[in-house]
Write a protein that binds this ligand. Structure first.
Ligand code: MG
Length: 434
């Protein structure tokens, strides 16, 4: 009988589980990491996914993780292959906290967008392994369910006010209670069309962001949404950092009459000190942190109760181990979580957020991300969305697998055209923070 099968039965009763675990593993060789496979896949042009498969000396036992950084995928892949794989081989996968800490200082400089996703990849794989050994989904190991499923907010949008209404309504009809609405892409509603307006004689003539135009358009859009959709739906909007400090204050005030569920990233991470002024001026709820990588960014905002939702991506802040600690910090200060799991993110990262979400009292909402069928075929057990909620597979560990034969059909690519969306410009051609 394989050790895992034996343990599966024994670990059903938690209070004596550790003693039984010790008995069951006595005399067996200690568990070790024997290899780390790094697998880059791009099932769609905007997906640049780097997964790891952490193999152990127990036949058939492995864990999956994701080092997702769509903009620096090759750097993450090389760091895993050249730097981390040799460091991890031979280590004990049971020691998740210890490995998190030693991994954190392994690169000396830390809390960056490559080091953090590497942290998360290993952390996810170790939780996956521990869950498989215990024959339990990871959320059971994190304390068990604090809610039945994970509510999501949907992404609605369109080029006109009425298109936005129709888009939001279609999500509400699918069961979503929370709907984010954008007027087209990020900053939409604030753009002067290409070639229009007063342009410099040489150079830039593309679509140009104009702060005052945005501040005029977006609150009107949300008044229109309230008129057409009523007050039951919870409305969200993502500013995606386009504003100055003044613009952020002005927009937050103008949003008050439409009662937002939250307004996201109204400022870039470099200007978070403005949240003190925003908090003093308005009751509009603030979500912040999609681009956060460092505790010095989130800690003062949470500890001073200057935001309402912490919005970090679980894979970008260091994985389940780190997310649980931040969620506990949020709980102490009455802040809620809204983990960023949309766009180019992947099913493993979605699931690590899911397992944390199920167990934390500080949970607020999670971002929707629905993957095409070829991704589900490649990754059996990927979470599914039904009626506005996210459901994992309930299989042991993270509950997901990676079919390497199918993955080989989608070699990793970096589509530079797709990455250009982060460069937004003003009328004079200067860069606006995306
Ligand atoms: Mg965002």
């Amino acid at each position: 009988m394989r050790r895992r099968d034996l343990l599966g039965g024994l670990l059903a009763a938690p209070w004596w589980a550790s003693e039984l675990y010790a008995q069951a593993t006595r005399g067996l060789p200690p568990l070790k990491i024997t290899d780390v496979k790094v697998i880059g896949v791009s099932p769609r042009p905007h997906y640049s996914w780097v997964f790891i498969k952490v193999l152990t000396n127990e036949p058939g036992l492995y864990g999956l993780g994701s080092a997702n950084n769509r903009y620096l995928a090759w750097a993450a892949k090389a760091a895993l292959e050249k730097h981390m794989r040799p460091f991890w081989i031979g280590k004990d996968p049971d020691r998740i906290e210890d490995l998190w800490q030693s991994n954190h200082v392994r690169s000396y400089w830390r809390n960056g967008p490559i080091t953090n996703v590497i942290q998360a990849a290993l952390d996810s794989a170790l939780w996956d392994i521990k869950g498989k050994r215990a024959n339990m989904p990871v959320y059971q190991l994190l304390g068990g369910k604090a809610r039945e499923a994970v509510p999501l907010y949907a992404h609605a949008g369109g080029p006109t006010f009425d298109a936005c209404v129709e888009s939001a309504r279609s999500w509400m009809e699918k069961g979503f209670r929370h709907v984010r609405v954008q007027m087209g892409g990020y900053g939409g509603g604030g753009f002067i069309p290409p070639g229009e307006g007063s342009r410099p004689e040489t150079g830039f003539s593309g679509k140009a962001f104009d702060e005052e135009t945005y501040l005029d358009t977006i609150p009107k859009l949300f008044r229109h949404l309230r008129d057409k959709l009523g007050w039951q739906v919870k409305l969200l909007h993502d500013v995606h950092e386009h504003l100055t400090g003044w613009g952020a204050l002005e927009l937050a005030k103008r949003f008050e009459p439409v009662r937002m569920f939250f307004v996201e990233d109204i400022l870039p991470p470099e200007q978070i000190d403005y949240y003190k002024q925003i908090r003093g001026l308005t009751t509009t709820p603030m979500a912040m942190g999609e681009l956060f990588t460092h505790p010095h960014e989130w800690r003062p905002l949470i500890a001073n109760r200057l935001i309402d939702f912490f919005r970090g991506r679980v894979g970008m802040i260091g994985g389940i181990t780190q997310a649980k600690k931040i969620a506990a910090l949020c709980e102490q200060f009455g802040v809620r979580t809204a983990f960023q799991e949309g766009g180019e993110n992947d099913p493993i990262n979605q699931l690590i957020a899911y397992h944390v979400d199920l167990t934390i009292p500080s949970f607020g909402i999670q971002e929707e991300n629905d993957f095409p069928e070829e991704v589900h075929e490649m990754m059996p057990g990927a979470a599914r969305i039904r009626g506005g909620y996210l459901y994992g597979s309930d299989k042991p560990g993270l509950g997901i697998d990676l079919n390497e034969q199918i993955a080989a059909k989608y070699p990793l690519v970096d589509d530079h055209r797709n990455a250009d969306w982060t460069t937004v410009r003003g009328m004079d051609g200067s860069v606006v923070r995306p």
